[in-house]
Design a protein around this ligand. Structure first.
Ligand code: DON
Length: 581
């Protein structure tokens, strides 16, 4: 059969689903959690509970986001943090939007070649382990900026649940134990981390053990009482700087003293009548999601069918081109001129679409960013309150448990975000990203991110809140969840749970989760020239957290009568929960 014939067959099969009378097609996924007033979806059930409590006691979505951010720092040490940084996308009930960049900055003593040896080769592990990997943390300043500008409650009230959980401890469940076990080697090799996250005999903690973090409680209490100064100008910064100096790090007190949050304009674009609101540089996330959506808008994805060879081909090719742009052109906006308007331009997307062969895989080596000169662990949470304020937060230590170091006396795990920079052009980082000069290391610069806390609206009304961890795959995880809801009619839970695939330009291959594509589809893609590989690297496939407003799925929204808020925590997440009231 010709490839045209095959696409036609796939189209006919999927059209029978698409053209059926509107109904809710339930796949093998749990139902989303429905609620009328507020919804909090996070990677830890205790954090979701703290968020719901903040909402129930009169706080808004931003208050809940602050409470959740601090609780995750206690109960979800693999990624929850005050020793890392992140992004917050906000859409207020009146439609006003905001974006807070509280990501890490490079220390003042950082240099472009700091991870290279005398031969100019990248020193393995230097940008991922220990204090040299640590960027200046932003989470405390970010959460406080959000609270002061957009919240309604006191810092003490919002931080109280986190302090209590750190001081009194919490009983470990299966997901907690699995998460700590995944970091056993890293945590064992740092004395201060081992003293907190392992048993006194050095063995892993077990289910029903209580994890108490008195030093972290003290650090959090200091912030609660004195605000960010306690972290950036006080004893916490001193202890981190001392520990860094003692082990070859370059962090200085001045790095902490001058840390500032940036409030930036979120990136926006339209997709089939929906408005996407997401992260601007120093994230690549919003721009690249929009670039891919702009390319895909020209294909009838719904008609072509979910995970058909024609749909997957179009999506993979769009990913290939957009990631080439990402890796070459984007960086911290204070340091490089990002070609934002070009990358968001629908005619630019059309030019890319025109160069995609509908029957044949492109070659990444042939894809150079058009018109542009080149000079494992994060967490996402989504919240909507009773008034319709929406918050999407992705924050991170970068790799699981970050740099694997806790500054003695602070209880704070520190990030290894410096690895997100280009250590050397052409050499892949932790997430396999091959990046260029725009993302080179410089003092005070912020490494390019893929984090994409995203809010979608339709006709001026809140539609969806979505995001995920997953390194470079954050972009395609978020994208696929959006497409699964808008083009394929899935419930928010199905859209998040559906097996995923990903292409990031280099390496030139499509990776897929088990069961993402049928063997028929795989065969067709192989015939088109795609190199598709099964990837079992589970944590990297992310843990999306989403909320859909007005129904479980597009068809329920269109029919009316659905729950106001429909929360879905990724079924891949071991300890997460959507909780509403
Ligand atoms: O900002 C970024 O793009 C990365 N530091 C995110 C890392 C991540 O998602 C790890 N999670 N699996």
């Amino acid at each position: 059969m010709s490839s045209r014939g095959r696409s036609f067959l796939a189209a006919v099969l999927s059209a029978t689903l698409v053209l059926a009378p509107p109904q809710i097609l339930l796949a093998a996924s749990p139902q989303p959690v429905g609620a009328q007033n507020g919804m909090v979806v996070t990677a830890h059930h205790l954090a979701s509970e703290a968020g719901v409590e903040a909402l129930k006691s009169g706080g808004n979505a931003i208050d809940a986001a602050v409470a959740v951010g601090y609780v995750l720092a206690v109960v979800y040490p693999v990624a929850g943090n005050i020793g890392g940084g992140g992004f917050m996308t906000i859409r207020l009930k009146d439609g006003k939007t905001a974006f807070l960049d509280f990501r890490e900055r490079a220390p003042l003593a950082a240099t472009k070649t700091m991870y290279l040896d005398a031969n100019g080769d990248v020193v393995k592990g230097a940008s991922t382990n220990g204090y040299l990997a640590v960027g200046v943390p932003g989470s405390v300043m970010g959460l406080e900026t959000a609270r002061e500008k957009y919240g309604t409650k006191s810092r003490a009230e919002l931080m109280a649940p986190a302090i209590k959980l750190a001081r009194d401890g919490f009983s470990l469940e299966q997901g907690d134990v699995a998460s700590l076990a995944s970091g056993f080697k890293k945590l064992s090799s740092d004395k201060a981390a081992a003293a907190i996250f392992l048993k006194p005999d050095g063995k892993p903690l077990e289910i029903a053990d209580t994890l108490k973090q008195p030093d972290l409680a003290t650090s959090l209490e200091a912030v609660s009482k004195d605000g960010p100064d306690a972290f950036y100008k006080g004893a916490v910064a001193d202890k981190i700087v001392d520990a860094s100096r003692a082990t070859g790090g370059i962090l200085a007190k001045q790095d902490f003293e001058q840390y500032a949050v940036r409030e930036l304009e979120p990136v926006t674009c339209s997709y089939r009548g929906y408005q996407i609101l997401s992260s601007p540089p120093p994230s690549s996330g919003g721009i690249i999601i929009c670039e891919i959506l702009n390319i895909l808008e020209g294909y009838p994805l719904s008609y072509l069918g979910q995970s058909s060879s024609a749909t997957v081909h179009a999506m993979v090719e769009a990913m290939r081109y957009a990631f080439a742009d990402r890796n070459a052109a984007l960086g911290d906006p204070d340091f490089v001129k990002n070609p934002v308007s070009t990358l968001l331009d629908k005619t630019y997307a059309k030019a890319i679409r025109d160069s995609i062969n509908p029957y044949k895989a492109g070659k990444s080596a042939d894809v150079t960013p058009l018109g542009l000169a080149e000079s494992n662990e994060t967490t996402h949470y989504s919240i909507v309150d009773k008034d319709g304020n929406a918050v999407a937060v992705t924050y991170t230590l970068n790799g699981s448990f970050g740099a694997g170091v806790v500054a003695p006396g602070t209880g704070i795990l520190l990030n290894n975000e410096m690895d997100d920079f280009t250590s050397k052009p052409g050499v892949a980082n932790l997430y396999g990203l091959v990046q260029g000069e725009a993302n080179a290391i410089a003092p005070k610069k912020t490494p390019l991110s893929s984090m994409s806390p995203t809010i979608v609206t339709k006709d001026g009304k809140l539609f969806m809140v979505i995001g995920s961890p997953g390194g470079a795959r954050i972009i395609t995880i978020t994208l696929e969840a959006i497409i699964n809801v808008i083009d394929h009619g899935m419930t928010i839970q199905e859209a998040i749970d559906a097996p995923r695939f990903h292409h990031q330009w280099q390496p030139d291959r499509v990776v897929m989760e088990p069961y993402a594509l049928s063997s028929d589809t795989l065969k067709m893609l192989a015939e088109m020239g795609h190199n598709v590989q099964l990837d079992l690297g589970w944590p990297i496939w992310g843990q999306a957290a989403g909320i859909l407003v007005g129904g479980k799925s597009l068809s329920e929204i269109e029919q009316g009568g659905g729950a106001r808020l429909n929360g879905a925590m990724d079924s891949r997440a071991a300890s997460g929960a959507a909780k509403g009231y």
